[in-house]
Every structure is written in structure tokens, then in C-alpha cells.
Design a protein around this ligand. Sequence first.
Ligand code: G1P
Ligand code: ZN
Length: 543
Amino acid sequence: MNIQVIKTTPYSDQRPGTAGLRKRVKIFQQPHYLANFVQSIFDTLGDVKGKTLVLGGDGRYFCREAADIILRMAAANGFGRVIIGQGALLSTPGSSLIIRKNKALGGIILTASHNPGGPDGDFGLKYDASNGGLASEKMTEAFYKRSQTIESYRILEAPLTNIDALGVSQLGNMKVEVIDPVADYAVLMQSLFDFDLIHNLFQSGFRLHFDAMNGVTGPYAQEILERKIGAPAGTVVNQIPLPDFGGLHPDPNLTHAHDLVELMYGSNAADLGVATDGDGDRHMILGRRFYVGPSDSLAILTANARLVPGYRQGLVGVARSMVTSQALDYVARKLGIDYYKTPTGWKFFGNLLDAGRITFCGEESFGAGSDHVREKDGLWAVLLWLNILAVRRESVEQIVRKHWAEFGRSVYMRHDYEGIELKVADDLIAALRRSLPQLSNRSFGRYRVALADDFSYTDPVDGSVSSHQGIRIEFADGSRLAFRLSGTGTTGATLRVYLERYEPDPARHNDDTAAALAELKQIANEIAGISQRTGKEKPDVIV
Ligand code: G1P
Ligand code: ZN
């Protein structure tokens, strides 16, 4: 066995963002770049002797090369075992499950989520801790600190490990266990959902169009939906994970999942249309000619959870990020369960899930999940919708409209202003922050400000405080605005403006969303000086 100690020097740009280290492939391909960061993780973890590491990714370009380097480094650093998905594939929720099930020390997930792939696209690496959830900020900061002083890394000299054949092999003193990425996940889904009932739904002629966008969810969806449940072959499209996602931008929203949107608004629309992202944690739901916003979807899943075997006992509590619409709160109040508002990012849900305070959680950015793993889970959300549809035997649109009639509609939109100069964006937020004291009780047309603050979160489990998590302006009638800068962008700054208005009157539930929010949009512009400061008259992306 030949362990090499390779001399290296630090790269200054290895500070992880909201979900790990995410950079252009070209950056990751620089000499020692990946190895430096991996060694920084291993050094931070401390004693890894004999421990188990989980490894896999979304199949994007550079995943296989990266997996080979990480395997040889894990062996050289003393890990006892690496569990790797066949072909280096594991979805983000799938990795979370494998980490938890095998009581691993943690896992490395090779993904840049919904960012484009290929040699000119993005690559990424994130570390999930032993609970199967994203490493804490404290931990990722320690990875970064270590990366700034690194002088060498350890790697085993060995031929390429075969990661395509299932089974156990030896790499130095370490075992490499190549597993079917889907098997355990399929068993878990079968324990939560009524597959027979969903089978009957398909038997009755129900049609699902599942666009996996050539990301990692394809094999999972095909196995579970087509083979286990018996949905017609061809239900899952773009089902083969491709290094460049077949040129698709695997981001399940109305802009990037345009083929799906076209189909679902066309004459041959399916009953349910869904898309998932590169690593399988995000999803979008469409009914026939009907878009279900992620905030509404989360509220509807919560209201109907008891129809599904895995959640028949009811939910202990729910959580949403602060900027997600308040639709969830109305449901939680009616159910008499606790609900929490967290900062943006899945890691804030982890403590609540671990402490058994919540069962469901979600964000407006096409993410929902439950306590079955510690990451958001696209396919889980689709199965939950299917199970509810199989019980209720109504259309997606009918279910949503009945929900609005019962709870009122939270008319909601997010406007993204992209590629703003960093200083302009920082100044805008700083000015907004300074103006907060003058805003209270001011009126803008029919909207009177009831609360204006900079959101600060005290974790109810460990008491840690996260401040500056977004400016929020709430009006007396329950409408509100929120402003924050994206923490995942790669070029310039992205200003996200969140608009929400409560509409109890069913006669107005058909109103055009943009029109219903037009006045709030103007107020947001007036308060924050968006067009004046950025020169942009309208947002670049509307979600
Ligand atoms: C975005 C989303 C956020 C999500 C994160 C990771 O972060 O807004 O909800 O958790 O991606 O998928 P942002 O760019 O807004 O910081
Ligand atoms: Zn993702």
C-alpha cells in the first residue's frame, strides 16, 4: 500500500456557501483544488479511523473523477469503509438516507444542485453530517479555515476503483461498498405511501408526466413509479442522468422546465406534471393548465397529510422559511400544531427535525421535506401528492381551489433582480435597514405598516442566534414584503423581493397574480429604491 503525501498550497476561494462549495468545473479542475478541500474536511472531522463515509452525486461532469480522488484520499486518511452509489450516483435525499441508515460519520455529495453541468458548467461538493443534514455553518467555516493553511494532503496510489459493479472491494485498508442507489430509498418510500392505492389511480387512467431533467432522480422515479407502482412506461422522461444534463438547465421552475410547462398547458396535458432538479431535492408541481406554487403546495400537503399512511398519526409541527408564504401558518393554526419560521436554507430545519418538533418543512424555492431524511426531497413530495390524489380522486386544480376556499389564498410571488453590482446591492439593503424605524405605522395607499424589521432567528433547540436574515415589512391586513440577497449566486448579487397578499374572498381567487400584487410591487420599489439604485425597471426572474 502506497500512501503519498502531496505538497500543496491554499486556494483563497474555498469558503462554502449555502449548500457547500460550488464553482465552475474549470475551477475544480485546477491542480489539487478538489484534494485541498477534501483534506480540509477530513482534517476538520478529526479522528476518522475505521469510520464510514458515504459518497455519491448527481452524475454531473467531473463526478466520477472526483469520486476516484476522494476514495483514494479516504483510504489514505484511515476511513474504514466508503459506501458509494453505483456509478457515483446518489441523490441528495438518497445520500441523507444512506448516511442515517448506516450510522456513517457523514457523507460527501458531489453536486451543484440545479446549476447547469458539463465541462463549462458548475460542479460542487457538500458535506452532510451524521444526522444526514448539511454541515452546520460552524463546521463549514472550519473547513474553510483549514483550507487556508493546508500544506499537504494524503492520497493512496492505486488503480481506478470499479464503482460500476455492485459489491465490496478493498482499497488499501479500506472497504469500498458499491450499492444500488435506489433500493433503500424505494423501501423507505413504500413504508410511507400506499403504493397499491397509487397503482389503482394509474389503472383508472390517471396520467403523470415526470421530467427528471436528466438529473439523478430518473433512476429513482423509474424504479418506484414505473416498476414498483406500475405507472405506464414512459411516465418518467429525461430519466437518464447525463454529465451535461443533455444540455438542460435542471432547475424545476416555470422558466427552465419549459418543455413540461408547454406540455401541461397544451391540449394533451397529463393530470399531474412534475420536474425535479439535478440532485433530486427540488421539485415543481403542475396540474392540468394549473401551476401550484411551492408555498401553496407545502400548505396543501400539510392539510392532507393524514390521508397518507406514513403520516396518519398527524404532524407534530411544521416549519417554513420566513420568506415562504404564510399559507402554511393558516393550516397549522387550524390543525392546532406548532409552526416555526426559520431563515432561508435547509440547515435551519435540521435542529427542529432532530428534536422531534416538526414533521414537515419547506421553502418557496421548490423545496419540501419531512422527518424521513434531513434534506429536502423532490420525489417524496411527488409521491405525497400522488397518494393524496389517489385518496381524493379530484384534480390538482380542484384540490388547490378547495384549499383556498377553506383557508383563503396567499397570493404570492418572488421577484429576482440578478447580476447587480455587489456594492449597489449592499447599499440598497443597508439603506433599507436604516429606514426601518421610520417605516412603522406609515401608510402606502391602503397598506399600513404594522411591523418593519430585520429578521433575526433564535434557534429554539440550541438557542443560537442568526441575525440579518432578511428585511420584512408586514402590513396591518396580513400582506407583506421581504427583501434579501441570495447566498448561492456565483456572479454579482441577486436581490430577492418577496411579495404576499392575503385574499379570503373565493370570488377573487381567479384574479391574475401579478395584477393582485402590482400595488405591493410599486410599494417595494418605493421603499427600497430598486429601479433607482439598480437601473432595472423589472425583475429578471419571477417565481
Ligand atoms: C436558494 C433558495 C433557498 C434554498 C437554497 C439552496 O438560496 O432561496 O430557499 O434553500 O437556494 O437550495 P438563496 O440563493 O436565496 O440564498
Ligand atoms: Zn438541488
